[in-house]
Design a protein around this ligand. Structure first.
Ligand code: ARG
Length: 580
């Protein structure tokens, strides 16, 4: 099914074009801002009337007259309002027909994009020298939700986990690992089970022992020049570190796999080509011995041009060069339409510069849309970046375990009769979902405060609230003795029924918006409102106590609500529970 908003936009757009002769009119249909305005409103007439110096109300009247000529089944009425809005009320029969199609196949709740695309989503992307910490949470979760949304929307999605696996730190780690292995008959040491600790002790050796520091420096050079022994040790380390990441992805129900790896080292052999390309376009300059690109649009506070460093004076390449090579692959070879980078907002300048250089040098095609999907920092209750009490970085695995533990206490308190394994199962789901949802429900561009008590609350815009709403509906459906017979919604004559159904049918356009604009919090707000409308409906319209057709119709509406919640939560990567 086409999303309702898309159909309305199209209809009004063509009516506007017929009247004004302007081909590309924007009807600007939005959800009605107030209940009494109807279901949707078109705001586009005013701007066009202004442009043509015509009376907007009169123009709106003529648009409606034009629309009335072959009115579709979808619309009950159009009406001019205020300075030239068009209020739209949908036809209930058309709503019911859509609803019943979706009831028999919940997949139709979401339609395919008008023009499906091939889209890279670059996300998670930790540095493999260390263990994943809380700083990686947002990118991993937001990125994975966008992947799910874009896929559902009919796009071809290429996940890219652009992990850091190449650079000076690895020399230090290799040297340290070799040293331990020499003592331990080449076994992979126990020390690697805690990468954070391993990194710390390597760094300690590096800072306190000049000889070790020298070995470490030589190790990078050997690694990067392809020495097989060093590469072997490096591979062992990377393998271990990836296994750590995979434990986290597993726990988080994140869809990244080995096949999605896009490690920095992948681009080694292409970095020279990047220099050649930039040179051929006369974009390179020298600055303090380094090879750089200066672009006039990037100016520092003191008015001097900011360099994008391509190659250091010692010949080493940098993060930007690798990203240019990655763009070459994504744009040049794969010919993708969009490349999304779900990365901390603090890397904004990096991406602006890399995108600009890539476009200027023709490394990125004219067509590709390069988008930094930036997110803010996760803060503690003290308003500072989230840390442990003693000020250490919090490991992601510890954070997730703590959430499950807290959820377990909560479940035990609410449901003391549940047996141990059920409690554990529910705690596992709620604990993980709470952390994910708390993040996804905030506007990604701002910093947000990580707060255990709000995210685990059963009230408000939280995972437990939505999961509970879903389980509640499922339990109502189970109470009906004629289970499964509620296959059609017959009537939406009560306002609460109609509002709820309208909301369900709007899931589609919300998902389209998330696919375009990459703000999963829009989907969260939608689901929260949907659950609220269900609760309202449930309060006002008896379900199990109603009789005959009314009962079946309301059960069907409840079932469709559950479907919409399920589909929506699934797009956020959140698993539902049938019982809670
Ligand atoms: N590994 C990087 C970091 O830890 C993030 C990489 C993001 N992706 C990219 N293509 N630059 O900061």
């Amino acid at each position: 099914m086409e999303p309702i908003k898309r159909i309305l936009n199209l209809q009004i757009k063509s009516a506007l074009s017929a009247i004004t002769g302007i081909a590309d009119c924007n009807a600007n249909v939005v959800t009605a801002s107030k209940l009494e305005f109807g279901d949707y409103q078109a705001n586009g007439v005013m701007a066009i009337a202004k442009q043509l110096k015509q009376n907007p109300r009169e123009m709106a009247e003529s648009v409606i007259a034009q629309l009335e000529q072959d009115k579709s089944d979808l619309v009950e009425s159009f009406e001019v309002a205020g300075p030239g809005f068009i209020n739209i009320r949908l036809n209930s029969k058309a709503m019911l027909s859509r609803a019943n199609t979706a009831l028999s196949n919940p997949d139709t709740l979401i339609s395919t994009a008008e023009n499906p695309q091939t889209i890279v989503v670059d996300y998670s992307s930790p540095n493999l020298a260390k263990e994943m910490h809380v700083g990686h949470l947002r990118g991993t979760i937001i990125g994975d939700s966008l992947v799910r949304v874009l896929l559902k929307n009919g796009n071809t999605v290429i996940r890219q986990n652009h992990v850091g696996d190449w650079g000076t730190q690895f020399g230090m780690l290799i040297a340290h690992l070799q040293e331990i292995q020499r003592q331990k008959a080449n076994q992979l040491p126990q020390e690697l089970s805690d990468l954070e600790e391993f990194y710390r002790s390597a760094k300690e050796r590096f800072d306190s022992d000049e000889e070790f520091a020298n070995t470490a420096r030589q190790s990078v050079v050997k690694l990067q020049s392809g020495d097989s022994e060093h590469n072997q040790v490096w591979e062992q380390f990377i393998e271990e570190s990836l296994a750590h990441c995979e434990t986290i992805y597993d726990k988080l129900n994140v869809t990244l796999t080995r096949a999605d790896l896009d490690a920095e080292s992948r681009y080694n052999d292409d970095l020279e080509n990047i220099v050649t390309i930039l040179k051929s376009k006369n974009l390179l300059s020298k600055s303090d011995g380094a090879t750089v690109v200066f672009l006039s649009e990037f100016v520092g506070k003191d008015g001097s041009l900011l360099p994008v460093i391509i190659q250091k004076s010692d010949g080493g390449y940098l993060y930007s060069t690798t990203d240019l090579a990655a763009i070459r692959l994504r744009s040049g070879e794969w010919n993708v339409d969009r490349s999304l980078y779900v990365v901390d907002v603090r890397q904004s300048l990096h991406f602006q510069q890399v995108f600009a250089v890539a476009k200027k040098a023709g490394i990125a095609s004219e067509r590709i849309s390069l988008e930094h999907i930036a997110y803010g920092t996760m803060m503690g209750n003290d308003g500072k970046p989230f840390k442990t009490r003693s000020g250490d970085i919090v490991k992601l695995v510890d954070l997730l375990n703590e959430s499950v533990r807290r959820a377990y206490d909560l479940v035990s308190e609410k449901n003391p009769d549940l047996d141990e394994s059920a409690r554990q199962h529910i705690a596992e789901k709620i604990g993980i979902a709470s952390v994910k949802y708390a993040d996804l429900s905030k506007n990604r561009t701002s910093d947000y405060v990580f707060d255990w008590s709000t995210m685990l609350s059963f009230e408000g815009n939280t995972a437990p609230y939505l999961m509970y709403a879903y389980a509640r509906i499922k339990s109502i459906l189970r109470k009906d003795e004629a289970q499964g017979l509620h296959t059609s919604i017959q009537s939406i004559s009560e306002p609460e029924e109609r509002l709820l159904l309208l909301k369900i049918l709007q899931l589609d356009e919300v998902v389209q918006a998330v696919a375009d604009e990459c703000f999963p919090n829009q989907l969260c707000s939608y689901l929260y409102e949907l659950a609220g409308l269900f609760m309202r409906f449930y309060e006002v319209c008896p379900i199990l106590k109603a009789n005959g057709t009314v009962k079946n119709s309301r059960l069907a509406l409840a079932a469709l609500t559950a479907d919409a919640l399920h589909v929506g939560l699934d797009l956020l990567g959140i698993e539902t529970l049938e019982k809670m």
